[in-house]
Design a binder for this molecule. Structure first.
Ligand SMILES: C[S@@+](CC[C@H](N)C(=O)[O-])C[C@H]1O[C@@H](n2cnc3c(N)ncnc32)[C@H](O)[C@@H]1O
Length: 416
């Protein structure tokens, strides 16, 4: 049977990489995963989850979640830490899905090491359970359970399934689900700048490629050790729309695509490793540094050459536009720190897209407002993280869910 990365995953668990952890300069829970990827996933989910939780409240019951390829329960952390609204300075957290309103979180994973780790991490929470399951065999073993409200997955778990196995799993899920269940898919994006060689894949075979999680290890270790490789299916937005139409036709219920989101268009895991594209700079490493306390980043490392984007009628224009906007923000921040410019001196302001104007105004105000501060290191601890968030927001506002990011998140709803 084909490898599903068991060697990589059990080793990662042994080394504590799947323990729930916040922010770091590299590895599984690096700053980009924590402050960009997990947060953007939450932002994408928020309106749909809010509606679902309110419906469960009206029906006087808790929420039932199944997490497909759950690792050690990472999805639980994603789902329970979504703020109901953007917080102003005075508010405390109020979550969309408070832990007390979960009836059941069932994590399914093929890796026994992951399941055991999850059981340890959540041992004090009886509503959180784990079971070993191979999702290539469909959802059959769980069909006698009550329907779930959310059939969740995160970070490429379902890219481990080829299209045929995924269709079978989703058909089982559609049969099992109640009305208005959410299905959250999270794939590897085929049009990521990390692997331009995959962009022109045409046949089903070409959309499945060998993958490695070498990014979990430092550069020194990567050079020493030959990392495990396993096949993943890479997806684009139009594939997901075709998939939902196929499910609608074959399952006798509507499967609507509510949202598609490209996640990490310029900061994918493999920008640092250059495993699939030698022209990339280690941009993720630089962004991780932006979010690290007491560490000043060489902002030059964030500038990206738009010429590295190969020609492609659909992918190249939006990618180049994002890179151009990204560079304007980085370069403006650099100049502004050296007091060599102001917003009024920027050429082309009227032609800038609204998200770019907003990012520039944010950086300008932050630098103006904290420049006088003396405690700590305001550049490393305030300005640089804000630059990180400005770039994150730029990416989010300019993505169109085409499959141009490292991750492609798809939120689907069933309608009986
Ligand atoms: C990249 S990890 C993501 C883990 C977690 N969802 C997260 O957000 O970090 C992919 C997970 O999918 C699991 N997996 C791979 N193939 C699977 C299969 N056929 N059935 C069930 N789980 C599978 C792996 O064991 C691994 O835990």
């Amino acid at each position: 049977m084909q490898s599903v990365g068991e060697k990589t995953y059990s080793q990662a668990v042994r080394e504590g990489k799947y323990d729930l952890y916040v922010g770091n300069l590299f590895g599984k829970y690096d700053n980009v995963r924590t402050y960009w990827e997990d947060q953007l996933t939450r932002i994408a989910l928020r309106p749909f989850l809010r509606e679902l939780v309110e419906r469960c409240r009206r029906e006087n019951r808790g929420v039932r979640i199944v997490d497909l390829g759950c690792g050690a329960g990472q999805g639980y952390e994603i789902l329970t830490k979504i703020d109901r609204r953007d917080l102003d300075l005075g508010l405390q957290h109020e979550r969309v899905l408070p832990k007390e309103e979960i009836d059941l979180y069932l994590g399914l994973d093929i890796s026994q090491a992951m399941v055991e780790r999850g059981q340890v991490l959540f041992e004090s929470q009886p509503e959180v359970t784990f079971a070993q399951a191979d999702l290539r065999e469909g959802f059959g073993p769980f069909k006698d359970r009550e329907p779930f409200d959310i059939y969740f997955s995160s970070y490429g778990s379902l890219s481990h399934l080829n299209r045929q196995d995924l269709v079978k799993l989703l058909q089982d899920i559609c049969e099992h689900s109640g009305n208005e269940s959410l299905i959250v898919l999270d794939f590897l994006g085929r049009y990521s700048i990390e692997w331009p060689d995959f962009w022109f894949a045409d046949s089903e075979d070409e959309k499945v490629r060998d993958y490695t999680m070498s990014y979990l290890y430092s550069e020194a270790v990567r050079k020493e050790v030959e990392s495990d490789r396993f096949p993943l299916r890479f997806w684009v937005g139009s594939d997901v729309k075709d998939l939902s139409e196929e499910l609608t036709q074959t399952c006798g219920l509507g499967v609507e695509v509510l949202k598609l989101m490209d996640r990490s268009m310029l900061v994918g895991r493999h920008t640092d490793t250059q495993e699939y594209n030698k022209q990339l700079k280690p941009i993720r490493r630089a962004v991780n540094s932006l979010h690290q306390d007491y560490l000043r980043t060489n902002l030059e490392e964030l500038v990206i050459d738009p010429a590295i984007v190969p020609d492609h009628p659909v992918i190249a224009p939006p990618l180049r536009e994002l890179i151009d906007s990204w560079n304007v923000v980085v370069e403006y921040c650099q100049q502004r720190l050296w007091e060599r410019c102001s917003l009024t001196q920027l050429e082309g302001w009227d032609d800038f897209a609204k998200p770019l104007q907003f990012a520039l105004m944010t950086i300008d105000r932050v630098i103006a407002d904290v420049g006088w501060m003396w405690y700590g290191d305001p550049r490393a601890n305030i300005i640089e993280p804000q630059l990180g968030y400005a770039l994150r927001t730029l990416e989010y506002e300019m993505q169109r869910g085409r499959g141009c990011g490292h991750g492609l998140v798809a939120i689907l709803k069933t309608q009986k």
